[in-house]
Each structure stands twice: as C-alpha cells, then as structure tokens.
Design a protein around this ligand. Structure first.
Ligand SMILES: [Zn+2]
Length: 202
C-alpha cells in the first residue's frame, strides 16, 4: 500500500478487532487489526497523521485505548448509546485526537448522514490524514440483530464516498478498510458490496 501502486484495500477479516486492547481480547475480538495497521504505518513509514474512522455500531474501545495518548493517530467513531462496551462518551477526547459521537437507538439515515456530514467529516478533513483506515462494521444496518440503529445500505456507500474524497485530498488516495461487526448475513453482504464499490471509485 505505502510502497506500491495500490491505493485502496478492503480486508474481509474475521474475527473483528476494534474491541481488543493491546493485551486483552474482548467483544469477539482477538487482535486489533486496524490498530496493528496504524502502528505499522506510523513506525515503519513514519506517518504522522493517520486517521481511523469507525462506523461500527459499537464503540471501538480497544482502538481508542491503544492510541488515546498518541497525537499521530486520530480516532473518529459513531456508535449507538447504551450499547456494549458502554464506553465512547463524547467527553473522552484523548490528547485531542479522539472524537466520539453517540447515536440514540432508532437513529435513521437522516441522523446518521447529518452526524457525519456536520460533525465528523469536517474534523477528519481538518486533520489532513496521510493514511485513512476504516473500521468497517455494518451492524448499524437496520436489519442487524445486535443493535437498534436504522442505517441503510446506501448510507454506508455514501459515507465511504465521502471518506475517499478526504483521502484523495490529503492521503495520496490511500484508504485501507477492515471489516468489523455485522451480524445479519444478508445485510453484511449487501453493505460490503456497496462499501467496496465506493472504495473502487477513482
Ligand atoms: Zn459492532
């Protein structure tokens, strides 16, 4: 990715990773895949602005825990309020590199898109990430049995397109997406296809 011509990658990994801390597996997660990628890009390639964007319906407590004192890695997460792992309060700001926004149960496309468009995407853009990593969980989908958000398949494609645009402005077009949650298999397949389709755009 950082040495060759590939600008986008989607890693269909199982188990997911964003709940795992540096030394503790939890929430179906053994190793924090996206955190390993961010740390590798930082340490091997010397990147100084790496953004991790997490739209899984759960808070990526492990990712936040690993980077909350590291200003080179910024973490942006929307997640449903009152849901496992019960972290990700908006007051958790790290060293100014953590941004959490809670979505109440029942939040729909309108709320989801507005939250990203008005609050989150401008902050990611201002950070000017050299590499954009995505914790791509699709359990905010309206059909998912593990949560109560009402996000539609097209919303994930929309958000992916917005993130690709930010990477194109600042990141040498580099986006690496890693699968996180998603427990309705039909929705998971549909959302993954929509997400990868948006990643493939120039
Ligand atoms: Zn999840």
């Amino acid at each position: 990715m950082l040495e060759r011509d590939h600008n986008r990658a989607f890693c269909a990994v199982r188990p997911p990773g964003h709940h795992a801390t540096a030394d503790t597996a939890m929430g179906f997660c053994l190793f924090n895949n996206v955190a390993v990628a961010a740390a590798y890009a930082r340490d091997k390639y010397g990147l100084e602005r790496i953004a991790i964007v997490d739209f899984d319906v759960h808070h990526g407590n492990g990712t936040q825990d690993i980077f909350e004192a590291d200003p080179k890695v910024a973490y942006y997460s929307t997640h449903q309020s009152g849901l496992f792992p019960y972290s990700g309060n908006m007051r958790e700001r790290g060293v100014g590199n953590i941004c959490n926004i809670l979505l109440p149960p029942g939040s729909d496309s309108f709320r989801f898109r507005n939250t990203w468009a008005d609050d989150m995407l401008p902050q990611i853009d201002a950070f000017r990430p050299q590499l954009l990593l995505i914790s791509a969980g699709f359990d905010a989908h309206r059909g998912d049995p593990q949560a109560d958000l009402m996000v539609e398949t097209e919303d994930f494609a929309w958000l992916t397109t917005e993130l690709v645009a930010i990477a194109n402005r600042h990141g040498g077009r580099r986006v690496v997406s890693m699968l996180e949650g998603g427990y309705d298999l039909h929705a998971l397949g549909e959302c993954s296809v929509a997400h990868v389709g948006a990643l493939l755009a120039p």
